[in-house]
Ligand binder design. Structure first.
Ligand SMILES: Nc1nc2c(ncn2[C@@H]2O[C@H](COP(=O)(O)OP(=O)(O)O)[C@@H](O)[C@H]2O)c(=O)[nH]1
Ligand SMILES: [Mg+2]
Length: 296
């Protein structure tokens, strides 16, 4: 039995979470074209007959501009310690740049084998790809260079095959039915946040926070209510939309996704609240007397 921990690192937006979802075949990490979408460390466990691979999706590594980013960055570095192998992902369409070099410099020191993943090859011509691979060979002594498309699933099976070559022969970390460390509460609130990011484009800052305030579940039905918290009145207006149309759309899309995830009917209510100058999620939960700490 091959098993091990593999972390996926790279600057924001290269497609780390998209790859994790593809490998696990379930959407455990939300994705968007905004930097800073992934805020916590997400484990996704891949199982097959001969292996168990624990993938670690990290918030993107980049030069921090403010405090939230610094915290996210620290988490990303941290995860390069306990793991067997690093997948360093770049967006090959965008090309290899300063931001990528910044990440590589951070992970080099870990003395782990690094596999370079060139993502988004669905977006680039073959000749161009070959040229870029040649250039990148000189950048560092990568264990492998693998071109792929996370979104289309191109070369993802080959990636798994290749990883097994590098993993130790050890027992499993988790039971076969354990797929992620993300508690249900987070799956629910993150899915709402994803729809907010998708539907409001750049109008809503990525610091928007969603909190679960009610939750009930039986065999056929999951009932949840989520409050979306922003710090300005005009953002609340945008989120609600004309005659409530925006909030309704956010709710519908999140509900459909959650029904797919939980494989049961979902009844979802959404609220928007303006809280000025709030500090952190934990403080908010406490202040509002909300649950949001639901155990599996
Ligand atoms: N064209 C293309 N887009 C992709 C691919 N993988 C991810 N994306 C898009 O890139 C954006 C960032 O993806 P995400 O997984 O959130 O990036 P992360 O910040 O590295 O986790 C999203 O809009 C994805 O849909 C790919 O293989 N091809
Ligand atoms: Mg991500």
């Amino acid at each position: 039995m091959k098993s091990g921990m593999v972390s996926i690192v790279g600057r924001p937006n290269v497609g780390k979470s998209t790859l994790l979802n593809k490998i696990i075949n379930k959407k455990i990490a939300i994705t968007s074209d905004k930097a800073g979408t992934t805020r916590n460390i997400i484990l996704g466990v891949y199982n097959d007959d001969e292996s168990q691979i624990v993938f670690v999706d990290t918030p993107g590594i980049h030069k921090p501009n403010h405090k939230l980013e610094k915290v996210m960055n620290d988490k990303a570095y941290l995860m390069t310690n306990d793991i067997d192998l690093i997948l360093f992902m770049v967006d090959i369409k965008k090309g290899y740049g300063k931001g990528d070099r910044f990440v590589l410099d951070r992970i080099k020191d870990s003395n782990k084998k690094i596999i370079l993943l060139l993502n988004k090859i669905d977006n680039i011509k073959k000749e161009e790809l070959i040229k870029k691979i040649d250039e990148l060979k000189n950048e560092y002594d990568f264990a492998e260079i693998i071109p792929l498309s996370a979104i289309k699933g191109i070369n993802v099976n080959d990636l798994i095959k290749t990883l097994k070559k590098y993993l130790p022969n050890e027992g499993k970390y988790f039971e076969d039915d354990y797929i992620t460390n993300q508690p249900k509460s987070l799956i629910i609130t993150e899915r709402v946040r994803e729809k907010v990011l998708h539907l409001t484009h750049d109008e809503i800052p990525h610091t928007v926070t969603c909190i679960l305030d009610e939750y009930e579940e039986d065999d056929d039905l999951l009932t949840a209510s989520v409050t979306i918290i922003v710090d300005r009145e005009n953002l609340k207006k945008i989120l609600i939309g004309k005659n409530g149309s925006m909030l309704k759309e956010i709710g519908t899309r999140a509900r459909l996704d959650l029904e797919d995830y939980f494989q049961k009917k979902v009844f979802l209510s959404l609220y928007v609240k303006v809280i000025k100058n709030w500090r952190d999620r934990e403080g908010l939960i406490h202040e509002l007397g909300l649950k949001d700490d639901l155990d599996e």
